[in-house]
Design a protein around this ligand. Structure first.
Ligand SMILES: Cc1ncc(C[n+]2csc(CCOP(=O)(O)OP(=O)(O)O)c2C)c(N)n1
Ligand code: SF4
Ligand code: SF4
Ligand code: SF4
Length: 636
């Protein structure tokens, strides 16, 4: 019916036609008038399509004779694989199978702590088309894995000898780096976890010279690929993981080799939020503590029965929790204060026990910088030595130190949530936390509406967009949270859009985390609420930046130490109008149908806001020098 993915009209018609709740004619009339009311503002084509769906449903209804006994020979595959751990077999699988109500309370964790890394056992298998990788054409840039919302694309490099025993059809290519003739590269898809969103295909920069629709990764019917890809995946998982010390964290190309510790979430296909969350997990996940505001990210992040947050092969992963919608920033600040207390205690005990720990590099542990991955790794090695030494010591101080010793490795505190939280309901708390000067990292997944509850307007909703509570288009502009935070002078602030500049997104995450003070990242996140084909999410991000609506910025207070302007504008002057970006999105376009004059007025106003803002940003970026002495902001 041309309404891909939408079944409500068809199912509703079927139900009323069969159930006799209302006389059939009357029910159909009511359904049609509801369609006009609900979809009228989306335009006559949408109404027409729904009307046709009603008529076609009625003309295709036929009775299915149900035999007395099931005769099919097809067996249900087990809910989870046989290798799944006990808890997954005995608890998670029952819930997944819709039999959670049969579980006795005694089977559930009594303190609410759930095992992580369980989405991998839930093979949703929802895609009809999945990507097929072409090893010959691929330039190994890593872009596809970087944008995949479901962490479905993984890459590894390995010595060619590991290919011994590879199943037939296993894909591999020599690594595209000079001086490593024996090293091979594989990009592997998890076929049953892919949602078929096509973002990997869209982002791939390689096109065939004969046909620009053919890329180095192409969407193909799953049925033709599934058996082969499952075999390949099985082999791929046994290839050694790449050593983080040998990976270049500063490039998208390098990040593809980092294990995601957030995978296969149940977010919508093509979700714009999850790639940022996955990136966070790849970069800092093994020492992250995450406070998550209520919203989509708390639902796909902490859903029952399965959990996408997971741990690495060393058994390390993020600790994650959701408190409330309104207190998330404070909740995360609590994590910081706790970690600081634990660290202070560990440092005090270590100093006191110093003489009893010969061979332990106590001074190095106490003074380690811990900004880069290799510094963190060295600190972990020192702490591991310390633990061994502590085990052979007796006494209360040694056992106390043992209980907090892991805090000597720098914790990475993240406060994550949507715009409804950050701009509205949690705004007071967020402001308080940013003003605290404490070392926390805030990630705002900005979908510009309350996505999880169906698209209500927030203070992040842009002028001119239609949302719930803004049916005639939002008449006032989006709050500039970046400028608010910048006004403190000691907050690291970045505005990013992965689809426009993945490298800038990566840089912002790394700078934010390394900055020893509060950091705020505002991440453009396309969402089903925007009314776009989700495979065009990254293109829309790019247009948002090109139009000057979403300027990419970084404000790094640390630059003042080098007498540099802390404000950097990472995107070029607007090259297209706001309208060229906005008209691709139903949230703006629908106003053209319902309030055409208002549409024109708001579009003109929105353009003015873009022009005005751009001037301000350009002016800020053109300043030379530090502008203020670092001490003025308590940086030392
Ligand atoms: C105090 C409070 N008000 C309302 C809600 C209901 N609620 C849950 S999620 C949500 C929307 C979250 O929107 P946003 O923060 O933008 O995150 P997104 O879903 O867009 O990722 C709302 C309103 C709540 N949980 N608590
Ligand atoms: S189609 Fe979407 S979910 Fe599947 S691999 Fe590509 S980006 Fe990931
Ligand atoms: S985006 Fe294309 S070229 Fe880049 S790694 Fe993926 S398949 Fe290869
Ligand atoms: S509603 Fe939007 S933000 Fe939420 S999971 Fe879906 S696409 Fe992502």
């Amino acid at each position: 019916m041309g309404m891909a993915g939408r079944t409500n009209t068809i199912l509703q018609t079927g139900f009323f036609a069969l159930s006799g709740v209302l006389p059939r004619e009357q029910a159909i009339e009511k359904i049609k008038s509801a369609i006009e009311k609900t979809y009228g503002k989306k335009g006559p084509e949408v109404v027409e399509k729904n009307f046709r769906a009603v008529d076609e449903t009625l003309s295709h209804l036929y009775q299915v004779k149900v035999p007395d006994k099931a005769t099919s020979q097809i067996l249900h595959s087990p809910v989870v694989a046989a290798e799944a751990p006990d808890f997954v077999q005995n608890v998670t699988a029952l819930m997944m199978d819709g039999r959670g109500d049969q579980l006795p309370v005694s089977k559930l964790p009594c303190d609410g702590t759930y095992p992580t890394g369980t989405t991998k056992w839930e093979k949703r298998d929802i895609a009809q088309v999945i990507p097929e990788w072409d090893p010959q054409a691929c330039i190994q840039c890593g872009n596809c894995g970087f944008v995949c919302p479901h962490s479905v694309i993984r890459a590894k490099f390995y010595h060619q000898s590991h290919l011994k025993g590879a199943p037939e059809g296993f894909r591999s290519a020599p690594i595209s780096a000079r001086g490593f003739p024996e090293i091979q590269y594989t990009l592997q898809i998890y076929p049953e976890d892919c949602t078929g969103c096509e973002l990997c295909y869209e982002v791939c920069p390689v096109s065939s010279p004969n046909d620009d629709k053919v890329k180095a990764i192409n969407m193909r019917p799953k049925d033709n690929l599934l058996a082969q890809e499952k075999k390949s995946l099985n082999f791929f998982e046994k290839l050694p993981l790449n050593d983080r010390a040998r990976v270049d964290f500063s490039a998208v190309r390098g990040v593809q080799f980092l294990e995601p510790l957030f995978e296969f979430s149940g977010a919508c296909s093509g979700c714009g939020e999850t790639p940022y969350v996955r990136l966070l997990s790849q970069l800092f996940g093994d020492r992250a503590i995450i406070a998550n505001a209520t919203g989509c990210s708390s639902i796909y992040g902490g859903n029952l029965p399965t959990t996408p947050w997971t741990k690495n092969s060393d058994g390390r992963g993020p600790a994650w929790s959701n408190s409330l919608f309104e207190d998330n920033a404070e909740f995360g600040l609590g994590f910081r204060l706790t970690a600081d207390q634990h660290l202070a205690l560990a440092r005090r005990l270590l100093t006191e026990l110093c003489d009893e720990l010969p061979g332990v590099p106590v001074n190095e542990i106490l003074n380690a910088e811990q900004l880069t991955e290799s510094q963190i790794r060295q600190q972990r090695e020192r702490v591991a030595k310390l633990k061994v030494a502590l085990l052979s010591l007796s006494g209360e101080r040694a056992s106390s130190l043992l209980s907090v010793v892991d805090h000597l490795v720098r914790r990475s505190i993240w406060i994550v949530g949507g715009d409804g939280w950050a701009y509205d309901i949690g705004s007071g708390g967020l402001d308080h936390v940013l003003a605290s000067g404490r070392d926390v990292n805030v990630l705002v997944l900005d979908t510009e509406v309350y996505s999880n509850t169906g698209g209500q307007s927030s203070k992040a909703t842009p002028l001119g967009a239609v949302a719930k509570f803004a049916a005639a288009g939002k008449p006032i502009g989006k709050k500039d949270l970046a400028l608010q935070a910048i006004s403190y002078g000691n907050v690291y602030v970045a505005r990013i859009a992965m689809g426009a500049n993945p490298q800038q997104s990566l840089l912002a995450f790394r700078e934010a985390e390394a900055y020893r003070g509060p950091s705020l990242i505002l991440a453009y996140s396309n969402c089903i609420a925007h009314g776009i084909p989700m495979n065009k999410g990254l293109t829309q991000q790019e247009l948002a930046v090109k139009s000057g609506y979403w300027p990419l910025i970084r404000y790094n207070p640390a630059l003042r130490r080098a007498d540099k302007n802390p404000f950097v504008l990472d995107s070029a002057r607007p090259r297209i109008s706001f309208r060229e970006y906005a008209e691709n999105e139903l949230r703006y376009r629908m106003l053209q149908q319902t309030h055409p004059e208002q549409f024109e007025t708001l579009q003109a106003m929105a353009q003015q806001i873009v022009n005005q803002k751009w001037k301000v940003y350009e002016e800020m970026a053109s300043q030379s020098g530090a502008q203020f002495h670092p001490d003025a902001f308590g940086l030392d």
